[in-house]
Design a protein around this ligand. Structure first.
Ligand code: NAD
Length: 513
């Protein structure tokens, strides 16, 4: 199927053609001017959403702040029960929500379903977590004293998300924040606002069915100015922001200026090192999926291949052959491998990057270009390109959010390849393809990859929710999703209890009255 029954999807998800953009649970406001969301699949307008006004934002913050006062005292496993029900509702709505993700963002239907599956998985993870959230005990130096540390709910968590994972990133934050006793105010990307309204209503129904405070989950909509209200707002102790490095630098400074916490998930410039001892067949599959999957619009997309000179030509030829097989077109048609970019601005950045790479001396191996004609009317479909380049090129140092793969060469040992891999400002995802244990272990060692994610014999793209997700350097340093990322959503407190009749002071200090 290459088309969807859009009206059925919209009605399953309780969406209208014009939708309120501001929500406190299921209570909505639509005072601001409307902006429309169009599909990069066929260029059609899907619907519109109203921008949040300043006074609506005030109402949201009052509701969220007061909901937090209740929610923080609800036992964590009871909070988990709400998230469990939310995960079940997502199971029921997986198909329409997956279709909306695919149609509004332009990723394949399989990937749309995959995103909803990630939401379900993080709910399951959060439910288990709700019976843990454990601190530590430590031995006191004073007799008859007990010392421990515990984690308490933090408050209102502000979530700013990017267009490319329009539902999963919010769920990663919201599921964990809710079991931690926090409440959420979410500003989705202005490029995918309907996904935001759909998710909000799904969770709002669960809140209502449980008589939970509506302010536990709030939605605001609009461009960066609406985001700025949150970054400047002292009532929000933590802002979790996913998007470009440019945005992260602004958000980090605004939040730091009021000494708030920010959790940043920013751009990547991910590389796969291909050693002479790589399995070439696996390498080609991993590299092609990493470079062209989601049309190169994943933060973990493969941008650079760092190939040993001894196998360079072999890998290059295999890649050029593989690119010939790629079918570009409607992402709802499962025969296609590559769908559209999000909008025409993204197409312009793609074309500019290809020009810049050639100006700097890059050699095009697989020609790019913007597609026109039947099926490509949205103007957002481009051809995945491969360019031979060098790591120091300005354009190679940047993240271009499009399917452009740069081939780089290394000679010498894997240490040389690691140096190139680390020689960019970003530090999100990285991989090595090798069957040599020494190379693999060096890559994972303290002298190896400097990224938040480092893989052996799988590509850079995609991750499971069980691990902490995020990157170093200008990727922002944040970690969300699994492992102990939940600690970021809570405040830590150290407690010392004296159960004697004496009051000994620490460090043996005497203070007699
Ligand atoms: P973007 O930076 O343009 O926008 C992201 C969000 O930030 C939007 O909601 C936007 O309205 C908001 N925003 C922008 N300026 C702001 C400001 N000054 N104050 C407050 N909010 C502001 O990013 P995009 O084009 O939507 O997404 C693509 C980028 O996101 C890529 O760089 C990609 O690598 C990155 N990304 C990173 C991760 C990760 O986990 N590391 C995941 C997904 C996407």
């Amino acid at each position: 199927t290459s088309s969807i029954d859009l009206s059925a999807v919209l009605s399953d998800l309780k969406l209208q053609l014009t939708n309120p953009g501001t929500w406190i649970g299921s209570k909505s406001f639509s005072g601001g001017s409307a902006f429309s969301s169009s599909s990069p699949v066929d260029g059609s307008t899907i619907g519109s959403v109203s921008s949040t006004t300043e006074s609506e934002y005030e109402e949201v913050m009052q509701a969220a702040t007061s909901a937090f006062k209740d929610w923080r005292t609800v036992p964590a496993p009871k909070r988990g029960e709400l998230v469990r029900q939310f995960g079940n509702r997502l199971r029921e709505l997986k198909e329409p929500l997956g279709k909306l993700v695919s149609f509004e963002m332009g990723k394949s239907y399989q990937e749309g379903l995959g995103e909803v599956q990630e939401m379900i998985d993080i709910c399951d993870f959060a439910v288990g977590l709700s019976r843990q959230l454990h601190g530590l005990t430590m031995h006191s130096e004073r007799p008859g004293h007990r010392m421990y540390e515990q984690y308490h709910p933090l408050g209102v968590v502000g979530i700013i998300s990017a267009f490319n994972f329009p539902v999963a990133v919010w769920a990663w934050n919201a599921a964990i924040a809710l079991v931690c006793g926090d409440v959420c105010v979410w500003k989705p990307s202005e490029k995918t606002p309907l996904c935001g309204v759909a998710c909000q209503q799904i969770l709002a129904d669960i809140l209502e069915e449980n008589d939970a405070p509506a302010g536990l989950s709030c939605l605001i909509n609009g461009d960066y100015k609406v985001g700025e209200w949150m970054t400047a707002d002292k009532r929000i102790p933590m802002v979790s922001a996913t998007g470009s490095i440019r945005m992260g630098k602004i958000v980090a400074q605004a939040v730091a200026a009021r000494l708030g916490k920010s959790l940043l998930e920013l751009g990547g410039n991910n590389a796969i090192i291909v050693s002479p001892e790589a399995d070439i067949k696996m390498t080609v599959i991993g590299a092609v999926f990493g470079a062209v999957g989601t049309a190169g619009q994943r933060c973990t997309s493969t941008r650079r291949l760092i190939i040993h000179e001894s196998i360079y030509d072999q890998v290059k030829e295999a890649l050029v052959e593989a690119y010939k097989q790629l079918r570009i077109g409607n992402p709802l048609d499962e025969n296609n491998h590559v769908g559209p970019l999000i909008d025409q601005d993204a197409v312009a950045s793609y074309s500019k990057a290809l020009e810049a790479a050639q100006k700097e001396g890059g050699k095009v191996l697989v020609e790019g270009g913007v597609l026109e004609g039947e099926g490509y009317q949205s103007g957002c479909y481009v051809k995945p390109a491969i360019v031979e380049a060098e790591n120091h090129f300005h354009i190679v140092q940047e993240e271009t959010f499009a399917p452009i793969l740069y081939l780089l060469k290394y000679s010498g040992t894997v240490a040389d390849a690691i140096e190139q891999q680390n020689g960019v400002v970003q530090g999100l995802s990285s991989a090595i393809m090798t069957q040599n244990l020494r190379e693999a272990e060096l890559f994972l060692s303290a002298a190896g990859s400097d990224c938040g994610i480092a893989n052996v014999n799988i590509g850079t793209s995609g991750a499971e929710i069980g691990g902490a997700f995020g990157g170093e350097k200008e990727t922002g340093g944040g970690r969300e999703s699994g492992s102990d990322a939940w600690k970021y959503y809570m405040r830590r407190q150290t407690n010392t209890i004296n159960y004697t009749t004496e009051l000994p002071l620490a460090q043996g200090i005497k203070f007699d009255l």
